[in-house]
Design a protein around this ligand. Structure first.
Ligand code: LER
Ligand code: MN
Length: 278
């Protein structure tokens, strides 16, 4: 089965944990290119800061393509969320995301919407307003993205980070409520290890809705450092005919370089049929 292997890096230095080479995107892209990865996922807080000519040159020199642009840093660093109760703050957030869509349209890949949805209030009235704002704003964003050929990947995230769309089932319900043909699911093995009874079964249930995959072991280190059964995960992805990006979104542990090298080793062992642990 064709697989587009990728690693999540960050454009800027960030406290947001599971990205490598924050603040040294160039060094990171050059390293993963040497390690044989065809693609990179870039976590970007503000697309306005990206020198597009520089990025085009870097990608063409290294032969790397972009699998996805991740947007969560706008929430974690700038506090922008799709469920902000203040309409003017939500507007700033959607404008930021539209700018991200432009970047994806120019560079390729898909737009990843995860943590930027924010957190819902405990107050039922506020919660309902937030959900309505989320779904109507998201539909508008998806329409905007469709016009420029961009797909959006909505990511279920575990309960310790948000109280909105934690599981694959909730993700599928959200897709149905959105009703947009250019929005699919991003499944992340780290979150699934917390939320799903069996990761492989949930992947099979999501089926064709899966448009993007994040892999990390149970402790969010590179595959091989925890107890997730990646044999089962990859078999389930094969079963559903998934051929899109599989991006390692992992902590820079023990170091960013070692983490990237461990992911490369993981894929090499899979392609040669090896069963060694990293
Ligand atoms: C982002 O892809 C992710 O997995 C989340 O943990 C962000 O909070
Ligand atoms: Mn993720």
């Amino acid at each position: 089965m064709k697989r587009v292997t990728s690693i999540a890096l960050s454009f800027e230095k960030t406290d947001f944990g599971p990205v490598l080479f924050g603040g040294d995107l160039e060094g990171g892209i050059r390293l993963i290119s040497e390690l044989g990865f065809p693609a990179v996922e870039i976590s970007i807080r503000d697309p306005g800061l990206v020198d597009r000519r520089w990025l085009h040159r870097l990608l063409s020199e290294t032969g790397i393509s972009i699998s996805g642009i991740a947007t969560g840093q706008a929430y974690y660093n700038d506090g922008l969320s799709l469920t902000d109760l203040k309409p003017e703050r939500r507007r700033v957030c959607f404008d930021r995301l539209k700018h991200q869509v432009d970047l994806v349209a120019e560079f390729g890949g898909c737009l990843i919407v995860g943590g930027i949805r924010g957190v819902l209030s405990r107050d039922p009235g506020e919660r309902e307003m937030q959900e309505e704002a989320f779904y109507s704003g998201f539909r508008e964003l998806a329409d905007f993205a469709r016009k420029v050929g961009v797909t959006i990947a909505l990511e279920p995230i575990n309960r310790y980070e948000t109280n909105m769309i934690n599981t694959v089932s909730e993700g599928l319900d959200a897709l149905a409520r959105l009703g947009c043909d250019n929005v699919g699911l991003l499944v992340d093995t780290f979150h699934m290890n917390i939320e799903e009874p069996r990761i492989a079964d949930s992947i099979r249930r999501a089926g064709r809705a899966v448009v993007y995959v994040h892999i990390a072991d149970s402790n969010r280190w590179a595959p091989g450092f925890g107890h997730t059964d990646f044999g089962e995960v990859l078999a389930a992805l094969d079963e559903i005919g998934y051929e899109g990006p599989i991006s390692a979104e992992i902590l820079p542990c023990p170091t960013a370089e070692e983490a990237a090298m461990a992911v490369a080793r993981f894929w090499k062992e899979r392609s040669t049929g090896g069963a060694r642990r990293t």
